[in-house]
Design a protein around this ligand. Structure first.
Ligand code: SF4
Length: 495
């Protein structure tokens, strides 16, 4: 998610997706269903390359490339089982992601990227078969006509030389189908038709697929009430859009290895933008509202703050503002102990993944939680990036990724630019993964060094402020239940 990535369920099943031909029993209905149609001839999931759920921290993109090759192998081996899983996972995700406008837009974007990748992987021959299969029967113009118009075709189609014009097939396409190319002035138009080279036909096919999938998602959304009445499906569908199956960062390998004095420096060097923003807001305002406290508090816990350190850290900062020590002890301290599993149900809560931050609980005015790549206004994000000395060209690249809803890829780009590396070498799924990878890089592959542990200066002031925190996720997000979440939330009153 990312940002950029499909849900792990989809990515896993897509490892072996794609085959040449559908079995007879599957063929029926494929013409109405672009997904079935394109899945029948197209290759692997594009998210395998940039973002791969199976590529944990430390594993390189090389691994993903290998997976992609395996998936391509499936394309030629007619792997029925893989294709079946791919289809099933698509329809499960369709159900999970049709539930709101935002989820639909995001899912559509990911599916388009997947489709584009698969389509571009096809040979000319397979592309033509695919076009026929999905009933996009564009008529290829004759060689004579092509030779007659060669100059016009070459002049109107960027990137084509006369030699390439001679090699390529050109298709006669109605203007309504070629509207994107027409708008970008990338196609030869004559007598109300566009003459599109095979290399550009993907824009038309993608447009067609987008329209069909968009309609299909709207239709699926309409059938949701009946599906939601099934109590087996409802929890699955509710949680799927922000579920996380990566490494468990609730295991605190570095507990006690970080001193409070290190946090300011670490926030600049090794925190992802979401946590850097929360830390800055906390230092400036001496307060964070409940969404921020939960997101940041659990992150800090997982990078190694002990319960005692956490209590001191938050108390020191809050009592610099409007909260007096007594109020802090009565309200906030309890919720901090609770998040460490020392109160109430004694559940040890795990830090939020990127998907959870991106897809749930959007910040409102006065909040600093959320993912800046997702939740910040682009102009504000640009200013932030400039403030953090991200070069202009890098800022532009990040904004482009954000525009395409590739929030996690934008964050990866931020990592590369702030760590001066060309290739991040891992797929980002979790803020604590960002931190761990940054520390590994900065310390030459070593774990975070322990500094002399002395407790930070405590500056306590007084004044009044309400207590408490908000929602969280239990230690293993895979086994989380709503009941457990509620267990914590009941202690987190409003700010
Ligand atoms: Fe934080 Fe993840 Fe967003 Fe990066 S992508 S800023 S780590 S939530």
């Amino acid at each position: 998610m990312p940002g950029s990535s499909l849900n792990p369920l989809r990515r896993k099943s897509s490892l072996r997706s794609g085959v040449k031909t559908l079995r007879p029993e599957e063929v029926s209905g494929t013409e109405q269903n672009p997904r079935y149609a394109h899945a029948s001839v197209l290759g692997p999931d594009p998210s395998l390359r940039p973002v791969n759920a199976d590529t944990g921290p430390g594993k390189s993109l090389q691994r993903s490339e290998t997976d992609t090759q395996k998936a391509l192998q499936a394309l030629v081996e007619d792997d029925y089982d893989a294709r079946r899983k791919d289809h099933i996972s698509h329809f499960i995700l369709r159900l999970a992601y049709c539930q709101s406008e935002e989820l639909r837009r995001w899912f559509l974007q990911q599916e388009m990227d997947l489709f584009r990748y698969r389509f571009n992987e096809l040979t000319d021959n397979l592309r033509q078969k695919f076009l026929d299969h999905v009933n996009l029967k564009f008529e290829a113009i004759s060689e004579d006509l092509k030779n007659e118009w060669a100059n016009d075709l070459c002049a109107s189609t960027p990137g084509l030389t006369m030699i390439k014009v001679k090699e390529q097939m050109f298709y006669k396409v109605g203007l309504a189908d070629a509207v994107e190319l027409f708008r970008a002035r990338r196609v030869f138009i004559k007598d109300g038709f566009a003459y599109v080279p095979l290399k550009d036909i993907d824009a038309i096919v993608l447009n067609n697929y987008r329209t069909k999938l968009s309609k299909a998602l709207a239709l699926t959304a309409r059938s949701l009430p009946s599906i939601q009445s099934d109590e087996r499906l409802q929890p699955l569908l509710n949680h799927l859009s922000h579920s996380y199956v990566g490494p468990d960062y609730s295991v605190q390998k570095n507990t006690g290895k970080i001193s409070l004095e290190q946090i300011d420096a670490l926030s600049v060097k090794s925190f992802p933008l979401c946590m850097r923003q929360l830390h800055k807001a906390l230092r400036e305002n001496h307060h964070l509202r409940h969404g921020g406290r939960m997101q940041y508090g659990l992150f800090l816990k997982s990078i190694g703050l002990t319960l005692e350190q956490a209590l001191e850290f938050w108390k020191k900062e809050f009592t610099r503002g409007k909260v007096d020590a007594d109020k802090f002890d009565k309200g906030y301290a309890y919720s901090i102990r609770h998040s460490y599993g020392k109160e109430g149900r004694r559940t040890d809560y795990t830090p939020y993944s990127c998907m959870k931050i991106i897809m749930s609980n959007p910040p409102s005015q006065g909040d600093y939680h959320g993912c800046p790549f997702r939740h910040c206004d682009p102009e504000l994000l640009k200013q932030k990036l400039q403030l953090y000395k991200v070069p202009q060209s890098g800022t532009n690249q990040i904004l482009e990724l954000v525009k395409g809803m590739h929030y996690q890829l934008a964050c990866q780009k931020y990592f590369e630019l702030t760590h001066d590396v060309e290739d991040i070498g891992f797929s980002l799924n979790h803020p604590n993964q960002y931190f761990a990878e940054s520390q590994k890089l900065l310390s030459g592959g070593r774990e975070v060094k322990k500094e002399p542990s002395h407790v930070g200066n405590s500056q306590q002031k007084s004044s009044g402020q309400e207590s408490t925190n908000s929602n969280s996720t239990p230690t293993s997000s895979n086994t989380a239940t709503d009941a457990e979440l509620e267990g914590l939330e009941e202690y987190f009153a409003e700010d």
